[in-house]
Design a protein around this ligand. Structure first.
Ligand code: AMP
Length: 386
């Protein structure tokens, strides 16, 4: 373990961020506001995080020379991109303090490791089975029933690498097409809503979380987050307790998003842990004095983590691809829409290009009709009115 830095990390010290995307960009902007520099490891000099950072190392995330060069610029290393190889993580950890630890990334990179970990600490998850070989398929209909969801264990995101299965034939076909193996099969949860809790834990073990948000997806991609989630206060506290228990059991340093289902019986089931800032936490940027990015930077630099207060209710709407970006001029002209642009050059279909936050007084977020009205040009006219 390389030497610890004095906490808090001194001003003008450099935070190394693995990954050049929007999460790195918004982390770097928070770091700058707190007096820190950032050095990003990215694929391209045009990546969103590079545009707002002090330095950059460009190259493959698994090339030891690139990793060494990157680490030489950093006083502490963190991630906005999780898929660095185990060897790469070990190399970084041999050079500089790395938060969150490689061990946490290894768990979150692999759905089987993640579900095994959650089960081992008595956190409820959807019923699941590992699918290593074709023979494993035979038990699934009996044990989980149809419909079920078959997922790749690694590298899945935004609904990619998974398929809903309603018959044995479909199961066979999906086993062939979903790669790489092994896969994981999950019983289909008929949920009331999906929520997520952003939890952050500091170097000294202080653990805090934001209020749970409700998340709605479109085409497998997060579309809308509503904060706070419209669930009763007991369930809200339970969700926060689960997230804090996970953070403590992982010995997390930094922030993580914990995605959960609220099933039809009002029971919480954890779906996924992302040990980094998370799209479903972007509402905090405008609704909280300390947002998820600042909370993360405070944690990995050993700064204090005061309670994470929310001064407003909020809705966050993602801007996806060219269609949403075509609305940018109108978004900019609309009072009440708070725009965040990620600086990506090309608006490809399905690509997250930015987001918009809308604030409401605490306790004053309107129902569906008022919400769509507040979103103005971004209103979703296919949504049913309550
Ligand atoms: P994931 O990649 O695991 O985050 O899944 C993406 C989305 O698929 C989730 O946000 C859910 O909407 C849906 N989903 C995933 N797993 C399940 C499940 N076991 N039951 C029902 N819906 C699921």
């Amino acid at each position: 373990m390389p030497g610890h830095f004095p906490a808090p990390l001194p001003f003008n010290a450099t935070i190394g961020i693995v990954g050049g995307g929007q999460l790195g960009r918004m982390s770097a902007m928070s770091a700058a506001r707190l007096g820190y520099r950032t050095h990003v490891m990215a694929n391209s000099a045009n990546d969103p995080a590079v545009q707002v950072s002090h330095g950059v190392t460009i190259g493959s995330f698994d090339d030891p020379d690139v990793l060494r060069e990157f680490a030489s610029h950093a006083d502490v290393i963190t991630f906005e991109f999780e898929n660095v190889s185990a060897d790469g993580l070990d190399l970084l950890a041999s050079l500089k303090p790395v938060h969150p630890s490689g061990n946490i990334l290894r768990i979150s990179q692999d759905r089987i490791a993640e579900k095994s970990f959650l089960t081992s600490i008595d956190v409820p998850v959807a019923p699941w089975r590992a699918v290593n070989v074709r023979e494993d398929l035979d038990q699934l209909e009996r044990e989980l029933g149809f419909p079920l969801i078959l997922k790749t264990t690694r590298l899945g995101y935004d609904g990619k690498g998974q398929q809903r299965i309603t018959s044995a034939d479909q199961l066979e076909a999906a086993f062939e097409t979903l790669k790489p193996h092994p896969l994981v099969a999950e019983g289909m949860i008929s949920f009331d809503r999906e929520i997520s809790v952003m939890v952050v834990r500091g170097l000294n073990g202080t653990t805090r979380c934001f209020d749970p948000a409700e998340n709605r997806h479109k085409n497998g991609i997060l579309d809308l987050s509503l904060a706070p989630a419209a669930i009763d206060p007991t369930l809200m506290a339970e969700a926060q307790k689960l997230a804090m228990r996970i953070a403590e059991a992982l010995d997390l340093i930094g922030i993580a998003g914990v995605e959960m289902f609220v099933d039809r019986n009002g029971k919480l089931l954890v779906n996924e842990i992302a040990p980094r800032p998370h799209n479903s936490g972007h509402w905090t940027m405008d609704a909280c004095p300390i947002d998820q990015f600042e909370a993360h930077i405070r944690a990995v630099t050993g700064n204090p983590l005061p309670p994470l207060i929310r001064h407003s209710d909020a809705a966050m709407k993602n801007l996806i691809g060219p269609d949403d970006m075509a609305l940018w001029p109108e978004i900019m002209a609309t009072p009440g829409l708070i725009p965040h642009h990620y600086g990506k050059e090309k608006a490809l279909p399905g690509r997250k290009m930015g987001h918009v936050n809308v604030l409401f007084p605490v306790g004053g977020r309107p129902g569906e009709f008022g919400l769509q009205d507040a979103l103005g040009v971004l209103a979703d006219h296919s949504t049913e009115v309550e």
